[in-house]
Design a protein around this ligand. Structure first.
Ligand SMILES: [Zn+2]
Length: 268
């Protein structure tokens, strides 16, 4: 499942072929993913120029000079393919540029989404309206304010998209481990000093994963042109029974129906 670093890497990979290009042709190959795609998507995009690509939470945003933004979410299995040699069954959208490149949105399980939103209206767009701040820019004071009075476990609060946007299970486990904070600790009880370590850990684990994705995939794309998936070694995630650098042993518990990996020796 693509997490924030994969989305960021995907956006940077797409940027190389799409930024500044005019869209020559659009082919929508089915009407819906997780939800229907706009019927006039092809008409609104064709002939427009792409003026920028960016990310918000786990969404990728492609801005055009017509004041529209194409917003994609990769869901469970989505990926973009750059200059694919052949069209595949699960390529649901094809975009051709004026300089002869093609990108294809491929999503076998179709939990992803594709929307066209007026750029000026993005902040108020329902999926974005309640989103918290970006984790790559999170500051301890902001975390402190958002967690004040909350007795829920810190892990659950970090997965809450209105507290902080786009952090998934893997990076929450990794950041809490790096900050030496126990995942079950009541969120509102954590001192500002410890939240400073947590904010730094969140920024760093994500930045390292993005760097790993960018350096292990040649030009951000695998040899077959696929963007967005790379494997990275984690300190605790999916490592039950492994030894932690502190001499402790990584444990797995279940919180809110999801696996939590942590070291009971160095996370308090
Ligand atoms: Zn440890």
């Amino acid at each position: 499942m693509p997490e924030l670093p994969e989305v960021e890497t995907t956006v940077r990979g797409l940027e190389r072929v799409l930024d500044g290009r005019r869209i020559a042709r659009v082919e929508l190959r089915r009407p819906d993913l997780r939800r229907p795609m706009p019927e006039d998507l092809g008409q609104r995009l064709t002939g427009s120029r792409i003026i920028g690509l960016r990310r918000r939470a786990k969404y990728g945003l492609i801005d055009t000079d017509r004041g529209d933004t194409l917003v994609f979410h990769l869901g469970m299995s989505g990926k973009w393919r750059v200059d694919p040699s052949a069209i595949e069954t699960h390529d649901h959208l094809l975009v051709d540029t004026d300089d002869g490149h093609r990108v294809a949105l491929n999503d076998p399980r179709r939990f992803g989404s594709l929307d066209l939103v007026e750029t000026d209206e993005l902040e108020a767009w329902p999926p974005f309206a309640a989103l918290g701040p970006e984790p790559l820019a999170i500051e301890a004071r902001e975390l402190k304010a958002r967690l004040a009075g909350r007795s829920a476990p810190i892990k659950a609060m970090l997965l809450d998209q209105s507290v902080i946007a786009g952090l998934g299970n893997i990076y929450v486990c990794e950041a809490l481990h790096r900050a030496h904070i126990h995942p079950g600790r009541a969120a509102g009880s954590i001192s500002l000093k410890r939240l400073e370590r947590l904010a730094e850990a969140i920024r760093h684990v994500l930045a390292e994963a993005i760097a790993a994705g960018g350096s292990t995939l040649r030009d951000f794309a695998s040899p077959d042109g696929e963007l967005g998936y790379f494997s990275k070694r984690f300190a605790v995630y999916d490592r039950e029974g492994a030894s932690c650098g502190c001499g402790g042993t990584v444990k797995r518990t279940v919180q809110g129906g999801r696996s939590t990996f942590f070291c009971p020796r160095c996370q308090r």
